[in-house]
Design a protein around this ligand. Structure first.
Ligand code: ZN
Length: 154
């Protein structure tokens, strides 16, 4: 079953990152899907569902990938309460392996110099390879033996 990662943005800038089986509008239920989230529900009642921006950030992915991305974006956009409407992470298993501070972390032969979210909401990395080359890659391209692919790594 295909899932998606979505974002709701309230007029005051607070965000909620979530995942759902497609179509996400079933999960959202025009806002009624968040009755169990007191802060978000309060906001929905105050401003109205129509005043909140709804975006599908990534679609057509499997559940595991969706949860990975969700956890990553909760960090990236800092949407945990009280900054945002996310109350907790849904996937403790992922949280164990996620690192909030990624700069300086190494993946294979590469060290993270910088990372940011692109317009599509996906995380991009600038890395320095052990050979000295600086390159960019997408978050989902990172592997345990990452390198710039131009050097003769072992
Ligand atoms: Zn290299």
């Amino acid at each position: 079953m295909a899932e998606c990662v979505y974002r709701h943005t309230a007029p005051d800038g607070r965000m909620y990152i979530g995942i759902a089986q497609e179509p996400a509008t079933v999960r959202w239920a025009n806002g009624k899907g968040y009755k169990d989230n007191p802060e978000f529900w309060k906001c929905i009642c105050e401003v109205g569902w129509g005043a909140i921006k709804h975006e599908i950030l990534v679609s057509g992915i499997d559940s595991w990938e969706a949860r990975k991305i969700e956890s990553d974006l909760i960090d990236l956009y800092d949407t945990l309460a009280p900054n945002g409407f996310n109350r907790c992470r849904d996937n403790p298993e992922i949280n164990r392996v996620k690192h909030k501070k990624e700069v300086g972390r190494t993946y294979g032969f590469a060290t993270v110099l910088n990372y940011w979210a692109d317009h599509d909401g996906m995380k991009k990395y600038e890395m320095r390879c052990a050979c000295g080359r600086v390159f960019r890659c997408r978050w989902e391209e990172i592997t345990d033996d990452l390198s710039c692919d131009k050097c003769c790594r072992a």
